[in-house]
Design a protein around this ligand. Structure first.
Ligand SMILES: NC(=O)C1=CN([C@@H]2O[C@H](COP(=O)(O)OP(=O)(O)OC[C@H]3O[C@@H](n4cnc5c(N)ncnc54)[C@H](OP(=O)(O)O)[C@@H]3O)[C@@H](O)[C@H]2O)C=CC1
Ligand SMILES: O=C(O)C1=NCCCC1
Length: 335
């Protein structure tokens, strides 16, 4: 195990993305995102994803050189055509104007289409909360989640992320898939030979299973909370695909691009200026009061706590990277 300086890890990943067909702009954004996930202990969307990024770039399914086009959709709306590139550069291109519109009008919807999202979602909301805005992000992915009573998967694992300022530099943030487990965690369980928790998935015949290979091999994941999680999955399909002009999870078809792994769908980000509800300071103080009430009631762990602690440690001690992973990453420079 090596401990790598965060910036050195970002630099290595940037070189890998460029070596595999991404522009310098795209490479920098994806490298920071992926290294950031590893730094924060989100193993399902950190370095584990690098072979998938490289295979997808090589397959021609995604355009690593895409230049997103931001289109004005009115006082509180921006549309972004990601041009078959990654979602994060598209969001970065829209972010300054989206924040300006949110402050000027109270809110701004950013509707991104033709975008590939292969990452954790909190990096798409955290910076907005750090800038004093409330942010909600939704992404659909690929059909691996079976709705209640259905015979085949229709929904993606569709993450939902939320972040809000809570005073000073602190924010509250959560980021979660609508499935009991992220697909990436099922892949990791299959690789490492672990069973899945009860109620996470079904096999190809629709029978409950704890075998990750059965889920990946024609089976499906289940939404968390049964019909309640399924309803949230439906909302995310509507917001990230119907509203944006992107594809639904069940419409993603990469069969002509062997190796492709990044779903090309859409993303919706909603920004709200909390100052419009009274005052920004008052809002942050109220959020802090809620956090205090939760802690006083006995909730020791808030969403984000684990990740912020992992981040702090990794920035101090370096990001832990297995020697085999490092060798694999160095191999990606030669592809
Ligand atoms: N791009 C895509 O299409 C997809 C991406 N993903 C990504 O996969 C990642 C993992 O998703 P998922 O497995 O659902 O996430 P988790 O279930 O691990 O965590 C979900 C949220 O709950 C918090 N949390 C976890 N355990 C506790 C606890 N015991 N008490 C309080 N809070 C807790 C986490 O905070 P903390 O972070 O601090 O642990 C996090 O904010 C996400 O980053 C998601 O964006 C998932 C699906 C598709
Ligand atoms: O872990 C997941 O679930 C996914 N992550 C990246 C995109 C596809 C789904």
């Amino acid at each position: 195990m090596t401990h790598m300086d965060f910036d050195a890890l970002v630099a290595l990943l940037t070189r890998i993305f460029i070596a595999n067909g991404a522009s310098a702009m795209v490479a920098d954004i994806l490298a920071r995102n992926c290294a950031g996930a590893e730094r924060d202990g989100a193993m399902s969307h950190g370095l584990f994803r690098m072979p998938g990024y490289v295979a997808t770039l090589q397959s021609g399914w995604v355009d690593g050189l895409a230049e997103p086009v931001v289109e004005d959709g009115g006082a509180s709306f921006l549309r972004v055509d990601a041009a078959n590139g990654f979602a994060q550069p598209a969001l970065a291109a829209a972010a300054p104007l989206a924040m300006e519109k949110a402050r000027a009008t109270g809110a701004c919807v950013v509707a991104i289409r033709r975008s590939h999202h292969f990452a954790a979602l909190w990096p798409d909301v955290e910076p907005f909360a750090e800038a004093g805005l409330v942010a909600i992000a939704m992404v659909d992915s690929m059909a691996v989640v079976v709705p209640p009573g259905a015979r085949k998967p229709v929904y993606g694992t569709n993450p939902l992320a939320f972040a809000a300022p809570r005073g000073g530099e602190k924010i509250v943030v959560f980021d979660q898939a609508v499935s009991v487990l992220a697909h990436g965690d099922v892949q990791i369980a299959a690789r490492e030979g672990h069973d899945l928790p009860e109620g996470a998935g079904v096999d190809a015949a629709g029978r409950p299973t704890r075998d990750p290979r059965a889920v990946l091999d024609g089976g499906a994941l289940l939404p968390f909370g049964g019909h309640k999680g399924a309803a949230i999955a439906m909302m995310i399909e509507i917001m990230a695909a119907a509203l944006t002009g992107g594809l639904y999870s069940h419409e993603v078809d990469w069969s002509a691009h062997p190796g492709a792994q990044t779903p090309c769908t859409g993303e919706c980000v909603i920004l709200i200026d909390p100052a419009r509800g009274g005052s920004a300071a008052g809002f942050a103080a109220r959020v802090e009061q809620l956090v205090e009430a939760l802690r006083a009631a006995g909730q020791e762990r808030m969403p984000g706590d684990r990740r912020f602690a992992a981040r702090e440690k990794a920035l101090r001690d370096g990001v832990a990277v297995h020697a085999e992973m490092l060798a694999q990453l160095e191999g990606m420079l030669r592809t």
